[in-house]
Design a protein around this ligand. Structure first.
Ligand code: NDP
Length: 540
């Protein structure tokens, strides 16, 4: 933590020993009874939570019972709140009623009380109740958290309100929450956490603000809030405790953590966070890898990347780039894009090292290496191999580039013949209409369309009985692992290769570019395959 980030009141409290130097990973629990709270809180502690936020909006028992329970578990960190409807909660009680409840529930405990700034401003007496509840603590501790919750969008006066809260004397910490309509909205929250450190937690809600929750510890904010399960979330975009601990590496984060991630839309399904967090852990690298949804609105990708590099304190190390931003990433990287990505017209990897941005593409090498290994030969022996490629999009372009580099004889079957022709012309291949694909003759068939991708798992880009004479069917799709196309190939006695090996290879190349370490691909394959099977509930 840096002294320069504290407001004057925070500095005073630190000198008095009244400010903690840690970020709490708090699980928010809607509790109606002590028994329910107890059951869920035990799960939270067992799962690695540092604190429990008791959302007592509709608590059905006397507050004294809650206070007695909290006193019994005084060694734990508790945050108690009774969120009003106006601020996204379920409580219909007036400010005085809620404050009285909170003061009674905190009586004789060391619980933090979270109360809404709007009501705190309007009812000064209310706050005294809360302050009295914790006044007898030895050593004296500030226990009041002030919070604001906006559900319309990024508030115009966000910074003013945050600055007002953190400057108030007698407050343990502040929290401000608003929805992010796109990832650009989340930078305001990051800026505030960077500026105020432990005095403030700022959360941009929703998938587009996910990183504000995951990075709170990097900025030393007071707390971040997660959920036991997606179903029991108390706010949009809350990350599960399991993910926070096991995927976003909560225990390992600190101010020096480097930030990596994947930008695209959608990215929620990405297996990148699972994969890279394992590799960072294996090599004991202080880094986090996050799914960053960047919507393709106008020059959204460019604005996002510009905003990132303007903030060196983000410690951005690298980004994987996926649909639909690979072309935009190439343009943004400019001269930093290497020859292969320029020829492909797509960047799938951005590296940020010592103020230099580099762009490259790892898809092409990964596809060829995966294919060659399946055929049990080095890539140099692919020369003359006859290959039919289905699709003429970004992945087909990368595959084709690699195949033509090694002298394969390729035919592209595209839904849009013009597009297939253009691509074929660029790489000395042939193009054919989509309706002609059943007459294919190549030794290898590669599916570069998204047909068969989860959840439309029963679709195949090839008609039945059109795989005769084929030596290998390679489906770039890896979710599910065994697509309908690969099932057809299996039935026809044709060797199959799913897209997971290629995915792991291109990711491993990214990891090596960023860290100079070569990860174990075999173990990674098993981890991601297990996750895909679990997700699909498949019996593969
Ligand atoms: P694009 O959107 O760039 O291209 C998709 C291609 O598939 C287009 O040519 C599109 O045709 C065609 N297509 C889509 N639906 C149909 C359909 N119903 N019938 C016929 N053609 C269709 O996507 P990408 O090229 O980036 O990705 C394609 C697939 O490859 C995805 O499933 C992706 O997950 C996978 N992939 C796997 C990787 C790995 O590492 N294993 C790496 C990259 C991608 P049109 O042009 O007419 O729209």
């Amino acid at each position: 933590m840096k002294w320069a980030f504290y407001t004057r009141s925070q500095v005073t409290w630190r000198r008095l020993g009244l400010v903690y130097d840690m970020t709490f990973l708090a699980v928010s629990i809607h509790a109606d009874t002590v028994d329910q709270l107890d059951a869920e809180a035990r799960r939270a502690w067992a799962g690695g939570a540092d604190a429990v936020e008791v959302r007592a909006d509709r608590f059905r028992e006397p507050p004294a019972l809650l206070a007695a329970y909290l006193r019994t578990h005084h060694e734990r960190t508790w945050i108690v709140t009774c969120r009003s409807r106006a601020e996204g909660g379920r409580s219909t009680g007036e400010a005085l009623e809620r404050a009285t409840f909170l003061a009674d529930a905190a009586q004789g405990t060391r619980a933090y009380i979270d109360f809404e700034l709007a009501d705190w401003r309007r009812y000064a007496d209310v706050c005294k109740l809360i302050e009295h509840a914790t006044a007898g603590l030895t050593p004296p501790e500030r226990r009041l958290i002030l919070s604001t919750h906006d559900f319309e969008g990024l508030p115009k006066n966000l910074a003013d309100v945050a600055n007002e809260m953190v400057a108030l004397p007698g407050i343990a910490a502040s929290k401000t929450v608003y929805p992010a309509n796109h990832i650009g909205d989340s930078f305001d929250a990051l800026d505030l956490m960077h500026e105020h450190g432990e005095a403030l937690t700022a959360i941009a809600m929703g998938e587009d603000g996910l990183w504000t929750r995951a990075l709170a510890k990097k900025f030393g904010s007071f707390a971040t809030y997660c959920t036991l399960s997606a179903e029991s979330a108390t706010a949009p975009g809350q990350i599960t405790l399991d993910k926070m601990v096991n995927c976003y590496r909560w225990a390992n984060l600190d101010a020096a953590t480097s930030v990596f991630g994947v930008i695209g839309d959608p990215v929620g399904h990405s297996k990148g966070p699972l994969l890279f967090s394992r590799w960072f852990a294996e090599f004991e690298i202080n880094a986090i890898y996050l799914p960053l949804r960047v919507r393709p609105i106008g020059d959204g990708a460019q604005r996002f990347l510009d905003a990132c590099v303007k903030r060196p304190w983000l410690d951005l190390g690298g980004l994987s780039v996926t649909l639909p931003h690979k072309t935009a990433a190439l343009a943004w990287a400019g001269e930093g894009a290497d020859r292969i990505s320029q020829q492909l017209g797509a960047v799938n990897t951005l590296s940020f090292q010592e103020n230099v941005v580099k762009g490259t593409n790892t898809d092409c090498h990964a596809a060829v290496a995966s294919l060659a290994e399946a055929l049990d030969c080095p890539p140099s022996q692919l020369t003359g191999l006859t290959v039919d490629v289905l699709g003429a999009g970004g992945a087909a372009r990368a595959v084709l580039y690699g195949l033509s580099m090694f002298g394969c004889d390729v035919t592209i079957f595209g839904r849009s013949l013009d597009k297939a022709r253009r691509l074929a012309d660029e790489h000395g291949a042939r193009a054919a209409g989509w309706e002609d694909r059943a007459g294919r003759k190549g030794e290898v068939l590669i599916n570069c369309t998204s047909v068969g991708l989860w959840p439309r798992v029963n679709e195949s880009p090839m008609p039945q009985d059109a795989l005769d004479g084929c030596r290998l069917v390679f489906d770039l799709v890896y979710h599910p692992l065994q697509t309908q196309l690969l099932r057809q190939a299996d039935q026809a006695g044709v060797q199959t290769l799913n897209g997971l090996d290629m995915f792991i290879r291109q990711a491993a190349m990214q990891f090596e570019l960023w860290t100079s370490k070569a990860p174990d691909r075999g173990r990674a394959y098993r981890i991601v395959a297990d996750e895909i099977r679990r997700y699909a509930g498949s019996s593969e």
